[in-house]
Design a protein around this ligand. Structure first.
Ligand SMILES: *Cc1c(COP(=O)(O)O)cnc(C)c1O
Length: 414
């Protein structure tokens, strides 16, 4: 592919104009929107307005005057179309980990076995597994027997056939980018009377998701990755309408109460998805996410998907067959449709390579023990940038630039 071809891609890109919504520093190729999405101008202005005008001037009246109180629901509604959910099923609140705790606990109240089994994948995102373990320990102390059963992706279908109570999976694997077939696995689980929880942290805003069509029971997802909500942005959760009437979860705080401002001493859950709220929402960060979601208006998840795959194909075409990059092993599926909006490569020097790239303005991340991970966020990346990023990677490897000692010093966050 020639430079002219790359320019043609950029010229024909229907999402190219969306780049201007983001405040990316000059000379930075940001292949890390899958870890922390960049700042949008909309978020910057909104947070300033919330601080200076709403909080600063209108003070407590802002809960009503600026509809702060409705933000978890209104942000949930904005996320819904990106994940194939009809209205009334998505709420923005808490972190993914906390939301998962609520939903796992809710699903476990409907367990079918004396000994409940939560089936998940060995290489799932660790926090999801930690949360399941913590909940299981808590239940055990209360005389309820449950276990977390972990299998490799290849053995998943066989393990589903053994009919566990809950299937907990992450749609796009955070290490390899491998995508599960949500439709098929959910249907298979339902055939065995299993409730299904999907983690959409690496899906929302990057790849099409059809929760309603797949008849998914529950889902959680992240606000600070492809949705660009900002560091520590609140997460979201989804509960299919059919489960909302008989839901029980242990974090029953006042914001999920039917009449929080009646201050009744007994808990009565609100109707609908709002019963999943616990405490007071963080309005500053939720406002940033709310504004960032405006950047998705008029764009379909299919368009996002198509562009992110095209970007990653351009990157791959530059690396593959290049003799200097032989030690860089693609661990993501080579077939585009089988991976999310990322590429991961293993390399024994993945950490110093990642640091040399970052110093050269190509922001990527490293995932232990030896993965170089690159995100292809479709809203703000251009094809030219991605091609340039690949050239810089080749240069760093072929010249051995990553061998400088300073690139081997590990920071606390990688
Ligand atoms: C990023 C990520 C999370 C984040 O969890 P938090 O509790 O919001 O920090 C959870 N699950 C997966 C799969 C992730 O990639």
């Amino acid at each position: 592919m020639t430079e002219e071809d790359i320019i043609k891609f950029d010229t024909a890109d229907p999402l190219a104009a969306h780049r201007r919504h983001f405040e990316l520093p000059a000379d930075t190729i940001y292949l890390n929107g899958n870890s922390l999405g960049p700042l949008s101008t909309a978020s910057k202005h909104r947070v300033r307005e919330v601080i200076e005008s709403q909080w600063g001037n209108d003070l407590i009246s802002s809960w009503n005057k600026h509809q702060w109180i409705d933000l978890p629901l209104t942000v949930g509604e904005k996320i819904s179309p990106l994940i194939g959910a009809a209205s009334g099923q998505v709420l923005c609140c808490d972190s993914v980990s906390v939301n998962l705790f609520k939903l796992l606990a809710a699903a476990l109240t409907n367990r079918k076995s004396e000994h409940a089994v939560i089936l998940s994948q060995q290489d799932n995102f660790p926090s999801d597994l930690y949360i399941a373990e913590g909940l299981i320990n808590l239940l055990r102390e209360n005389g309820i027997s449950a276990e977390l059963r972990l299998v490799d992706a290849e053995n998943l279908e066989e393990a589903i056939a053994q009919s566990p109570d809950i299937l907990l999976l992450t749609h796009v694997n955070f290490r390899t980018g491998e995508v599960h077939n949500m439709q098929r696995l959910t249907a298979l689980a339902h055939d065995h009377d299993i409730q299904v929880i999907w983690d959409l942290s690496h899906s929302a805003g990057a790849i099409e998701v059809a929760l309603d069509d797949c008849q998914v029971d529950y889902a959680v997802g992240c606000g600070y990755k492809f949705l660009n909500g900002g560091p520590g942005a609140p997460a979201f959760l989804y509960v299919a309408s059919r489960h909302q009437a008989n839901l029980e979860h242990p974090l029953q705080g006042w914001m999920g109460h039917r009449q929080p401002f009646e201050f009744k001493s007994n808990y009565v859950p609100d109707e609908g998805i709002n019963q999943l709220q616990a405490g007071t929402p963080g309005i500053l960060s939720m406002s940033a996410l709310d504004a960032a979601l405006s950047c998705f208006e008029g764009i379909t998840a299919d368009q996002l998907r198509e562009k992110s795959l095209a970007l990653s194909e351009i990157f791959l075409s530059r690396i593959e067959g290049d003799s200097t990059c032989k030690a860089l092993i693609l661990v993501s599926p080579r077939e585009a449709r089988l991976r999310g909006a990322q590429l991961s490569f293993s390399h024994s020097d993945a950490y110093p390579i990642s640091q040399a790239l970052i110093e050269a303005g190509v922001i990527v991340d490293f995932r232990a023990p030896n993965l170089l991970r690159l995100g292809f966020s479709p809203l703000f990346l251009s094809f030219s940038e991605v091609a340039k990023g690949a050239s810089i990677l080749k240069h760093i490897i072929s010249e051995g630039l990553f061998r400088n000692e300073r690139f081997s010093i590990r920071a606390k966050v990688t």
